[in-house]
Design a binder for this molecule. Structure first.
Ligand code: AHR
Length: 500
Protein backbone atom coordinates (compact mmCIF):
# COMPACT_ATOMS: atom_id res chain seq x y z
CA UNK A 1 0.00 0.00 0.00
CA UNK A 2 1.46 3.47 -0.89
CA UNK A 3 2.28 5.57 2.16
CA UNK A 4 2.41 9.27 2.93
CA UNK A 5 3.57 11.07 6.07
CA UNK A 6 2.46 14.63 6.81
CA UNK A 7 3.84 16.97 9.47
CA UNK A 8 1.82 19.99 10.61
CA UNK A 9 3.30 22.73 12.72
CA UNK A 10 1.73 26.05 13.63
CA UNK A 11 5.15 27.68 13.10
CA UNK A 12 5.01 26.89 9.35
CA UNK A 13 2.28 28.98 7.83
CA UNK A 14 1.28 30.03 4.33
CA UNK A 15 -1.01 32.85 5.39
CA UNK A 16 -4.55 33.66 6.47
CA UNK A 17 -7.41 31.97 4.64
CA UNK A 18 -9.36 34.87 3.20
CA UNK A 19 -13.10 34.13 2.93
CA UNK A 20 -13.13 35.34 -0.65
CA UNK A 21 -11.20 32.18 -1.53
CA UNK A 22 -14.60 30.49 -1.54
CA UNK A 23 -16.27 32.80 -4.04
CA UNK A 24 -18.62 31.97 -6.89
CA UNK A 25 -19.67 33.33 -10.25
CA UNK A 26 -23.09 34.04 -11.79
CA UNK A 27 -23.11 34.89 -15.50
CA UNK A 28 -26.04 35.68 -17.76
CA UNK A 29 -25.44 32.47 -19.66
CA UNK A 30 -27.79 29.64 -20.57
CA UNK A 31 -30.06 28.73 -17.66
CA UNK A 32 -27.91 30.23 -14.96
CA UNK A 33 -29.97 33.32 -14.20
CA UNK A 34 -33.28 32.57 -15.96
CA UNK A 35 -34.69 29.16 -14.99
CA UNK A 36 -31.73 28.78 -12.64
CA UNK A 37 -31.66 31.22 -9.75
CA UNK A 38 -34.68 33.16 -11.12
CA UNK A 39 -37.96 31.45 -11.94
CA UNK A 40 -40.94 33.58 -10.85
CA UNK A 41 -43.45 30.80 -11.59
CA UNK A 42 -41.64 28.27 -9.41
CA UNK A 43 -43.47 27.19 -6.27
CA UNK A 44 -40.54 28.29 -4.08
CA UNK A 45 -40.09 31.74 -5.73
CA UNK A 46 -39.78 34.74 -3.42
CA UNK A 47 -41.29 38.18 -4.09
CA UNK A 48 -38.43 38.98 -6.50
CA UNK A 49 -38.87 35.74 -8.47
CA UNK A 50 -35.82 33.95 -7.02
CA UNK A 51 -36.08 30.27 -6.16
CA UNK A 52 -35.76 29.81 -2.41
CA UNK A 53 -34.70 26.17 -2.79
CA UNK A 54 -31.71 27.38 -4.82
CA UNK A 55 -30.97 30.12 -2.28
CA UNK A 56 -30.83 27.47 0.45
CA UNK A 57 -28.41 25.33 -1.55
CA UNK A 58 -26.17 28.31 -2.33
CA UNK A 59 -26.09 29.13 1.40
CA UNK A 60 -25.19 25.53 2.19
CA UNK A 61 -22.46 25.65 -0.45
CA UNK A 62 -20.84 28.49 1.53
CA UNK A 63 -19.91 30.97 -1.20
CA UNK A 64 -18.49 34.35 -0.25
CA UNK A 65 -18.06 36.98 -3.00
CA UNK A 66 -19.95 36.32 -6.25
CA UNK A 67 -18.72 37.65 -9.57
CA UNK A 68 -21.41 39.10 -11.87
CA UNK A 69 -22.69 39.51 -14.67
CA UNK A 70 -19.98 37.74 -16.74
CA UNK A 71 -17.79 36.31 -18.15
CA UNK A 72 -17.89 36.67 -21.89
CA UNK A 73 -21.39 38.14 -21.51
CA UNK A 74 -20.11 41.31 -19.87
CA UNK A 75 -18.00 42.26 -22.89
CA UNK A 76 -21.16 43.15 -24.84
CA UNK A 77 -23.37 44.20 -21.92
CA UNK A 78 -25.02 47.58 -21.32
CA UNK A 79 -25.65 47.75 -17.58
CA UNK A 80 -28.33 50.42 -18.17
CA UNK A 81 -30.50 47.78 -19.88
CA UNK A 82 -30.80 45.98 -16.54
CA UNK A 83 -32.13 48.87 -14.44
CA UNK A 84 -35.44 50.77 -14.39
CA UNK A 85 -38.93 49.33 -14.76
CA UNK A 86 -38.64 45.69 -15.77
CA UNK A 87 -41.45 45.89 -18.33
CA UNK A 88 -39.59 48.66 -20.19
CA UNK A 89 -36.26 46.88 -20.39
CA UNK A 90 -35.01 45.97 -23.87
CA UNK A 91 -34.50 42.48 -25.16
CA UNK A 92 -31.00 42.28 -26.66
CA UNK A 93 -28.90 39.87 -28.66
CA UNK A 94 -26.21 38.35 -26.47
CA UNK A 95 -23.40 37.73 -28.93
CA UNK A 96 -21.23 35.85 -26.45
CA UNK A 97 -23.69 32.97 -26.03
CA UNK A 98 -25.88 33.43 -29.12
CA UNK A 99 -28.95 33.98 -26.96
CA UNK A 100 -31.58 36.62 -26.26
CA UNK A 101 -31.09 38.56 -23.03
CA UNK A 102 -34.43 39.71 -21.62
CA UNK A 103 -32.86 41.90 -18.92
CA UNK A 104 -35.51 40.86 -16.40
CA UNK A 105 -32.67 40.50 -13.93
CA UNK A 106 -30.17 43.32 -13.55
CA UNK A 107 -28.15 44.99 -10.82
CA UNK A 108 -31.02 45.62 -8.36
CA UNK A 109 -32.53 42.16 -8.70
CA UNK A 110 -29.15 40.50 -8.39
CA UNK A 111 -28.48 42.44 -5.19
CA UNK A 112 -31.78 41.12 -3.78
CA UNK A 113 -30.56 37.60 -4.53
CA UNK A 114 -27.16 38.29 -2.94
CA UNK A 115 -28.90 39.59 0.17
CA UNK A 116 -30.87 36.34 0.33
CA UNK A 117 -27.78 34.13 -0.01
CA UNK A 118 -25.63 36.40 2.20
CA UNK A 119 -22.85 37.03 -0.32
CA UNK A 120 -20.92 40.06 -1.53
CA UNK A 121 -21.06 41.35 -5.14
CA UNK A 122 -17.91 41.40 -7.28
CA UNK A 123 -18.91 43.41 -10.32
CA UNK A 124 -17.35 43.29 -13.77
CA UNK A 125 -17.41 46.27 -16.14
CA UNK A 126 -17.54 46.01 -19.92
CA UNK A 127 -14.13 46.90 -21.38
CA UNK A 128 -14.88 44.95 -24.56
CA UNK A 129 -17.39 47.03 -26.52
CA UNK A 130 -17.39 49.88 -23.99
CA UNK A 131 -14.82 51.77 -21.93
CA UNK A 132 -13.87 54.15 -19.13
CA UNK A 133 -16.90 56.40 -19.42
CA UNK A 134 -19.44 53.60 -18.99
CA UNK A 135 -17.42 52.13 -16.12
CA UNK A 136 -17.41 55.36 -14.13
CA UNK A 137 -21.09 55.88 -14.85
CA UNK A 138 -21.84 52.43 -13.44
CA UNK A 139 -19.71 53.22 -10.39
CA UNK A 140 -21.57 56.50 -9.88
CA UNK A 141 -24.91 54.70 -10.20
CA UNK A 142 -23.91 51.93 -7.81
CA UNK A 143 -21.80 53.60 -5.13
CA UNK A 144 -22.55 57.34 -4.90
CA UNK A 145 -25.04 58.12 -2.18
CA UNK A 146 -27.09 60.93 -3.75
CA UNK A 147 -27.07 64.28 -5.50
CA UNK A 148 -25.87 63.30 -8.98
CA UNK A 149 -27.87 62.31 -12.02
CA UNK A 150 -26.98 58.63 -11.82
CA UNK A 151 -27.19 58.23 -8.03
CA UNK A 152 -30.60 59.91 -8.13
CA UNK A 153 -31.57 57.62 -11.00
CA UNK A 154 -30.70 54.62 -8.77
CA UNK A 155 -32.82 56.10 -6.00
CA UNK A 156 -35.70 56.61 -8.40
CA UNK A 157 -35.33 52.95 -9.29
CA UNK A 158 -36.08 52.03 -5.69
CA UNK A 159 -32.68 51.75 -4.02
CA UNK A 160 -31.97 54.62 -1.61
CA UNK A 161 -28.68 53.42 -0.15
CA UNK A 162 -25.66 52.78 -2.41
CA UNK A 163 -24.82 49.21 -3.36
CA UNK A 164 -21.35 49.82 -1.86
CA UNK A 165 -19.63 47.40 -4.23
CA UNK A 166 -16.01 47.03 -3.20
CA UNK A 167 -14.44 44.68 -5.73
CA UNK A 168 -14.55 45.38 -9.47
CA UNK A 169 -13.22 43.44 -12.47
CA UNK A 170 -11.83 45.58 -15.29
CA UNK A 171 -13.29 43.54 -18.15
CA UNK A 172 -13.13 39.83 -18.79
CA UNK A 173 -10.57 37.64 -20.58
CA UNK A 174 -9.45 40.45 -22.85
CA UNK A 175 -6.57 38.26 -24.12
CA UNK A 176 -9.03 35.82 -25.72
CA UNK A 177 -9.68 36.15 -29.48
CA UNK A 178 -13.27 34.95 -28.80
CA UNK A 179 -13.90 37.96 -26.57
CA UNK A 180 -15.95 40.87 -27.92
CA UNK A 181 -13.50 43.75 -28.02
CA UNK A 182 -10.47 41.46 -27.66
CA UNK A 183 -7.28 43.53 -27.33
CA UNK A 184 -3.56 43.09 -27.24
CA UNK A 185 -1.84 43.47 -23.86
CA UNK A 186 -0.62 47.02 -24.58
CA UNK A 187 -4.05 48.32 -25.54
CA UNK A 188 -5.83 46.53 -22.73
CA UNK A 189 -3.22 47.59 -20.18
CA UNK A 190 -3.63 51.27 -21.15
CA UNK A 191 -7.44 51.05 -21.06
CA UNK A 192 -7.47 49.22 -17.73
CA UNK A 193 -5.07 51.76 -16.19
CA UNK A 194 -7.11 54.69 -17.44
CA UNK A 195 -10.35 53.13 -16.17
CA UNK A 196 -8.85 52.24 -12.79
CA UNK A 197 -7.50 55.78 -12.33
CA UNK A 198 -10.88 57.28 -13.17
CA UNK A 199 -12.72 54.88 -10.84
CA UNK A 200 -10.32 55.68 -8.01
CA UNK A 201 -11.00 59.40 -8.47
CA UNK A 202 -14.54 58.56 -7.43
CA UNK A 203 -13.66 56.01 -4.74
CA UNK A 204 -9.98 55.51 -3.88
CA UNK A 205 -10.46 52.41 -1.71
CA UNK A 206 -11.99 50.20 -4.41
CA UNK A 207 -10.38 46.80 -4.97
CA UNK A 208 -9.68 46.46 -8.68
CA UNK A 209 -8.84 43.39 -10.74
CA UNK A 210 -6.96 43.61 -14.04
CA UNK A 211 -7.51 40.78 -16.53
CA UNK A 212 -4.75 38.22 -16.57
CA UNK A 213 -4.68 35.38 -19.07
CA UNK A 214 -7.74 33.28 -19.71
CA UNK A 215 -5.63 30.18 -19.29
CA UNK A 216 -2.05 29.03 -18.89
CA UNK A 217 -2.11 27.56 -22.41
CA UNK A 218 -2.76 30.93 -24.08
CA UNK A 219 0.11 31.81 -26.44
CA UNK A 220 0.54 35.17 -24.72
CA UNK A 221 0.53 33.75 -21.16
CA UNK A 222 3.21 35.33 -18.98
CA UNK A 223 4.00 38.11 -21.40
CA UNK A 224 0.37 39.27 -21.13
CA UNK A 225 0.59 39.53 -17.33
CA UNK A 226 3.90 41.39 -17.49
CA UNK A 227 2.71 43.94 -20.05
CA UNK A 228 -0.69 44.51 -18.47
CA UNK A 229 0.86 45.01 -15.03
CA UNK A 230 3.52 47.35 -16.38
CA UNK A 231 0.63 49.63 -17.35
CA UNK A 232 -1.63 49.03 -14.35
CA UNK A 233 0.65 48.17 -11.41
CA UNK A 234 -0.02 51.32 -9.39
CA UNK A 235 -3.72 51.37 -10.18
CA UNK A 236 -4.99 47.85 -9.50
CA UNK A 237 -4.89 45.38 -6.60
CA UNK A 238 -5.17 42.01 -8.28
CA UNK A 239 -4.50 40.23 -11.54
CA UNK A 240 -7.02 37.58 -12.56
CA UNK A 241 -6.37 33.94 -13.38
CA UNK A 242 -8.76 31.50 -15.07
CA UNK A 243 -8.33 27.72 -15.35
CA UNK A 244 -10.62 24.88 -16.38
CA UNK A 245 -9.73 21.19 -16.35
CA UNK A 246 -11.26 18.36 -18.34
CA UNK A 247 -10.94 14.58 -18.04
CA UNK A 248 -11.29 13.78 -21.76
CA UNK A 249 -9.70 10.36 -22.21
CA UNK A 250 -6.85 11.02 -19.77
CA UNK A 251 -7.93 10.35 -16.18
CA UNK A 252 -4.30 10.08 -15.04
CA UNK A 253 -3.44 13.66 -15.98
CA UNK A 254 -6.85 14.89 -14.88
CA UNK A 255 -6.33 13.62 -11.33
CA UNK A 256 -3.11 15.64 -11.14
CA UNK A 257 -4.74 18.91 -12.34
CA UNK A 258 -3.71 20.61 -9.08
CA UNK A 259 -0.08 20.42 -10.24
CA UNK A 260 -1.00 22.58 -13.22
CA UNK A 261 -2.88 25.03 -10.99
CA UNK A 262 0.13 25.27 -8.64
CA UNK A 263 2.37 26.04 -11.58
CA UNK A 264 -0.08 28.57 -12.99
CA UNK A 265 -0.25 30.44 -9.67
CA UNK A 266 3.54 30.47 -9.33
CA UNK A 267 3.99 31.81 -12.87
CA UNK A 268 1.46 34.61 -12.42
CA UNK A 269 2.95 35.67 -9.08
CA UNK A 270 6.41 35.58 -10.62
CA UNK A 271 5.28 37.88 -13.44
CA UNK A 272 3.67 40.23 -10.89
CA UNK A 273 6.76 40.23 -8.67
CA UNK A 274 8.96 40.89 -11.71
CA UNK A 275 7.01 44.08 -12.42
CA UNK A 276 7.13 44.98 -8.72
CA UNK A 277 10.94 44.74 -8.84
CA UNK A 278 11.11 46.74 -12.08
CA UNK A 279 9.03 49.49 -10.53
CA UNK A 280 10.82 49.32 -7.17
CA UNK A 281 7.38 49.25 -5.64
CA UNK A 282 6.42 48.33 -2.06
CA UNK A 283 3.05 47.20 -3.28
CA UNK A 284 2.34 43.52 -3.95
CA UNK A 285 -0.19 42.35 -6.53
CA UNK A 286 -2.11 39.20 -5.58
CA UNK A 287 -4.30 36.92 -7.67
CA UNK A 288 -8.05 36.95 -8.13
CA UNK A 289 -8.57 33.39 -9.40
CA UNK A 290 -11.98 34.41 -10.60
CA UNK A 291 -12.81 31.43 -12.81
CA UNK A 292 -11.80 27.87 -11.95
CA UNK A 293 -13.52 24.53 -12.26
CA UNK A 294 -13.81 21.28 -14.17
CA UNK A 295 -15.45 21.86 -17.58
CA UNK A 296 -15.85 19.65 -20.67
CA UNK A 297 -14.89 22.42 -23.03
CA UNK A 298 -14.75 19.98 -25.93
CA UNK A 299 -18.47 19.19 -25.47
CA UNK A 300 -19.22 22.90 -25.55
CA UNK A 301 -17.21 23.32 -28.74
CA UNK A 302 -19.28 20.53 -30.32
CA UNK A 303 -22.54 22.13 -29.14
CA UNK A 304 -21.52 25.46 -30.64
CA UNK A 305 -21.30 23.87 -34.08
CA UNK A 306 -25.03 23.06 -33.93
CA UNK A 307 -26.11 26.70 -33.49
CA UNK A 308 -28.26 28.17 -36.28
CA UNK A 309 -27.50 31.79 -37.07
CA UNK A 310 -31.17 32.80 -37.00
CA UNK A 311 -31.85 31.24 -33.58
CA UNK A 312 -31.42 33.47 -30.51
CA UNK A 313 -33.11 31.49 -27.74
CA UNK A 314 -33.86 32.75 -24.25
CA UNK A 315 -32.05 30.76 -21.54
CA UNK A 316 -31.05 27.73 -23.64
CA UNK A 317 -29.41 24.71 -22.03
CA UNK A 318 -25.71 25.56 -22.39
CA UNK A 319 -22.64 24.21 -20.59
CA UNK A 320 -24.80 21.93 -18.43
CA UNK A 321 -22.04 19.55 -17.45
CA UNK A 322 -23.13 16.67 -15.26
CA UNK A 323 -20.31 16.05 -12.81
CA UNK A 324 -18.88 12.69 -11.86
CA UNK A 325 -17.18 11.40 -8.73
CA UNK A 326 -13.81 11.86 -10.50
CA UNK A 327 -14.74 15.50 -11.22
CA UNK A 328 -15.52 16.03 -7.53
CA UNK A 329 -12.15 14.59 -6.52
CA UNK A 330 -10.42 17.00 -8.91
CA UNK A 331 -12.45 19.97 -7.61
CA UNK A 332 -11.34 18.99 -4.10
CA UNK A 333 -7.76 18.87 -5.37
CA UNK A 334 -8.03 22.33 -6.94
CA UNK A 335 -9.27 23.71 -3.61
CA UNK A 336 -6.17 22.17 -2.01
CA UNK A 337 -4.01 24.06 -4.50
CA UNK A 338 -5.84 27.33 -3.75
CA UNK A 339 -5.40 26.83 0.02
CA UNK A 340 -1.72 26.05 -0.47
CA UNK A 341 -1.37 29.47 -2.12
CA UNK A 342 -3.60 31.37 0.28
CA UNK A 343 -0.83 33.95 0.69
CA UNK A 344 -1.08 35.02 -2.97
CA UNK A 345 -4.60 34.02 -4.00
CA UNK A 346 -6.71 36.73 -2.44
CA UNK A 347 -9.97 35.56 -3.91
CA UNK A 348 -11.25 32.76 -6.11
CA UNK A 349 -14.57 32.03 -7.82
CA UNK A 350 -15.77 28.60 -8.74
CA UNK A 351 -17.22 29.02 -12.23
CA UNK A 352 -20.08 28.83 -12.14
CA UNK A 353 -22.86 28.18 -9.59
CA UNK A 354 -26.18 26.98 -11.02
CA UNK A 355 -26.87 24.83 -14.14
CA UNK A 356 -23.95 26.32 -16.09
CA UNK A 357 -20.91 24.19 -15.10
CA UNK A 358 -22.30 24.50 -11.61
CA UNK A 359 -22.35 22.50 -8.38
CA UNK A 360 -26.14 23.09 -8.27
CA UNK A 361 -28.68 22.00 -10.90
CA UNK A 362 -32.36 22.91 -11.31
CA UNK A 363 -35.28 21.74 -13.36
CA UNK A 364 -37.89 24.35 -14.38
CA UNK A 365 -40.98 23.73 -12.24
CA UNK A 366 -39.06 20.92 -10.57
CA UNK A 367 -36.38 20.27 -7.99
CA UNK A 368 -32.91 21.66 -7.36
CA UNK A 369 -30.08 19.34 -6.37
CA UNK A 370 -26.39 19.06 -5.50
CA UNK A 371 -23.94 17.86 -8.13
CA UNK A 372 -20.96 15.77 -7.00
CA UNK A 373 -18.71 18.84 -7.03
CA UNK A 374 -20.94 20.52 -4.45
CA UNK A 375 -19.55 18.38 -1.65
CA UNK A 376 -15.81 19.16 -1.67
CA UNK A 377 -16.57 22.86 -2.09
CA UNK A 378 -19.10 23.09 0.75
CA UNK A 379 -17.02 21.05 3.19
CA UNK A 380 -13.79 22.92 2.41
CA UNK A 381 -15.56 26.26 2.73
CA UNK A 382 -16.96 25.19 6.12
CA UNK A 383 -13.79 23.65 7.56
CA UNK A 384 -10.93 25.73 6.10
CA UNK A 385 -10.62 28.60 8.56
CA UNK A 386 -7.91 30.67 10.16
CA UNK A 387 -4.43 30.04 8.79
CA UNK A 388 -3.31 27.87 5.90
CA UNK A 389 -0.34 25.72 6.94
CA UNK A 390 2.66 24.55 4.95
CA UNK A 391 2.25 20.79 4.99
CA UNK A 392 5.60 18.96 5.12
CA UNK A 393 4.85 15.84 3.09
CA UNK A 394 6.94 12.79 2.28
CA UNK A 395 5.88 9.55 0.69
CA UNK A 396 5.15 7.62 -2.46
CA UNK A 397 4.52 9.03 -5.89
CA UNK A 398 2.31 8.02 -8.81
CA UNK A 399 2.19 8.69 -12.55
CA UNK A 400 0.57 12.08 -13.14
CA UNK A 401 0.42 11.72 -16.94
CA UNK A 402 1.38 14.95 -18.64
CA UNK A 403 2.27 16.42 -15.21
CA UNK A 404 5.03 13.83 -14.66
CA UNK A 405 5.54 11.84 -11.45
CA UNK A 406 3.45 13.41 -8.68
CA UNK A 407 2.87 12.72 -4.95
CA UNK A 408 0.23 10.04 -4.61
CA UNK A 409 -1.46 12.14 -1.93
CA UNK A 410 -1.98 15.87 -2.27
CA UNK A 411 -2.77 17.81 0.88
CA UNK A 412 -3.47 21.17 2.53
CA UNK A 413 -4.24 22.07 6.13
CA UNK A 414 -5.66 24.94 8.15
CA UNK A 415 -5.74 25.77 11.85
CA UNK A 416 -7.80 28.14 13.97
CA UNK A 417 -8.60 28.38 17.70
CA UNK A 418 -7.62 24.86 18.64
CA UNK A 419 -9.29 23.31 15.58
CA UNK A 420 -7.58 22.01 12.47
CA UNK A 421 -8.63 20.60 9.12
CA UNK A 422 -6.60 18.52 6.69
CA UNK A 423 -7.69 18.07 3.07
CA UNK A 424 -6.44 15.03 1.17
CA UNK A 425 -6.64 13.61 -2.33
CA UNK A 426 -5.54 10.08 -3.18
CA UNK A 427 -4.63 10.19 -6.87
CA UNK A 428 -3.97 6.45 -7.12
CA UNK A 429 -6.48 4.77 -9.42
CA UNK A 430 -6.33 1.29 -7.93
CA UNK A 431 -4.68 1.38 -4.51
CA UNK A 432 -5.81 2.50 -1.10
CA UNK A 433 -3.17 4.81 0.41
CA UNK A 434 -2.22 5.05 4.05
CA UNK A 435 -1.56 8.49 5.56
CA UNK A 436 -0.10 9.42 8.93
CA UNK A 437 -0.40 13.00 10.18
CA UNK A 438 1.95 14.28 12.87
CA UNK A 439 0.19 16.97 14.89
CA UNK A 440 2.85 17.48 17.56
CA UNK A 441 3.48 21.04 16.40
CA UNK A 442 -0.20 22.03 16.63
CA UNK A 443 -2.16 22.61 19.82
CA UNK A 444 -5.33 20.82 18.80
CA UNK A 445 -7.23 18.51 21.10
CA UNK A 446 -10.47 16.74 20.54
CA UNK A 447 -12.14 14.30 18.26
CA UNK A 448 -11.17 13.52 14.74
CA UNK A 449 -13.64 12.94 11.94
CA UNK A 450 -13.18 12.25 8.23
CA UNK A 451 -15.67 12.70 5.40
CA UNK A 452 -15.18 12.64 1.67
CA UNK A 453 -16.09 11.49 -1.80
CA UNK A 454 -15.17 8.19 -3.42
CA UNK A 455 -17.09 5.46 -5.23
CA UNK A 456 -16.57 2.15 -7.01
CA UNK A 457 -18.04 3.89 -10.06
CA UNK A 458 -15.82 6.91 -10.78
CA UNK A 459 -18.36 8.18 -13.25
CA UNK A 460 -21.37 8.05 -10.94
CA UNK A 461 -23.40 11.28 -11.03
CA UNK A 462 -26.40 12.97 -9.43
CA UNK A 463 -29.07 13.80 -12.00
CA UNK A 464 -32.78 14.48 -12.21
CA UNK A 465 -33.54 10.74 -12.14
CA UNK A 466 -31.31 10.06 -9.12
CA UNK A 467 -30.49 13.25 -7.30
CA UNK A 468 -28.76 11.67 -4.32
CA UNK A 469 -26.73 8.89 -5.87
CA UNK A 470 -23.47 10.56 -4.72
CA UNK A 471 -23.06 12.19 -1.30
CA UNK A 472 -20.43 12.69 1.38
CA UNK A 473 -19.30 9.47 3.03
CA UNK A 474 -17.69 8.95 6.42
CA UNK A 475 -14.22 7.43 6.41
CA UNK A 476 -14.28 5.02 9.34
CA UNK A 477 -10.55 4.25 9.20
CA UNK A 478 -9.47 7.52 10.79
CA UNK A 479 -7.85 7.20 14.27
CA UNK A 480 -6.06 9.52 16.63
CA UNK A 481 -3.44 8.33 19.08
CA UNK A 482 -1.79 11.17 20.96
CA UNK A 483 -0.39 13.50 18.35
CA UNK A 484 -0.68 11.09 15.43
CA UNK A 485 -3.60 10.58 13.10
CA UNK A 486 -3.79 7.59 10.77
CA UNK A 487 -6.22 7.17 7.91
CA UNK A 488 -6.61 5.04 4.81
CA UNK A 489 -7.76 6.77 1.65
CA UNK A 490 -9.64 4.79 -1.02
CA UNK A 491 -8.41 5.03 -4.63
CA UNK A 492 -9.45 8.27 -6.40
CA UNK A 493 -10.83 9.96 -3.33
CA UNK A 494 -11.07 13.38 -1.72
CA UNK A 495 -11.24 13.56 2.08
CA UNK A 496 -11.53 16.27 4.73
CA UNK A 497 -10.27 15.41 8.22
CA UNK A 498 -11.46 17.73 10.98
CA UNK A 499 -9.77 17.81 14.37
CA UNK A 500 -11.15 19.47 17.48
O1 AHR B 1 -17.39 30.31 -17.45
C1 AHR B 1 -17.68 30.23 -18.81
C2 AHR B 1 -16.85 31.18 -19.64
O2 AHR B 1 -15.52 30.78 -19.58
C3 AHR B 1 -16.81 32.62 -19.21
O3 AHR B 1 -17.87 33.37 -19.69
C4 AHR B 1 -15.52 33.11 -19.79
O4 AHR B 1 -14.96 34.16 -19.06
C5 AHR B 1 -14.65 31.87 -19.83
O5 AHR B 1 -14.05 31.72 -21.06
Amino acid sequence: MPRTHLVLDSAFTVGPVRRRLFGGFVEHLGRHVYDGIHEPAHETADEHGFRKDVVELVKELGVSAIRYPGGNFVSGYKWEDGVGPVEQRPRRLDLAWHSTETNEVGLHEFQHWLDAVGSEMMLAVNLGTRGTQEAIELLEYANIDAGTALSEYRRSNGRQEPFAIQMWCLGNEMDGPWQLGHKNAEDYGKLAAMTAKAMRQIQPDLELVACGSSGASMPTFGEWERTVLEHTYDDVDYISAHAYYEEGDDLTSFLASGVNMDHFIKTVTTAADHVQAQKKSDKRIDISFDEWNVWSISKWEEQQKTFELQDWPVAPRLLEDVYTVADAVVVGGLLISLLRHADRVASASIAQLVNVIGPIMTEPGGPAWRQTTFFPFSLTSRLANGTSLQVKASGDTVDGGKHGEVPVVDSAATVEDGKAAVFLVNRHQTETTSVTIDLAGLQVDGDVRAEGIWDDDLHAVNDLGNRERVALRTNETVRREGDTITIELPPVSWTAVSIG
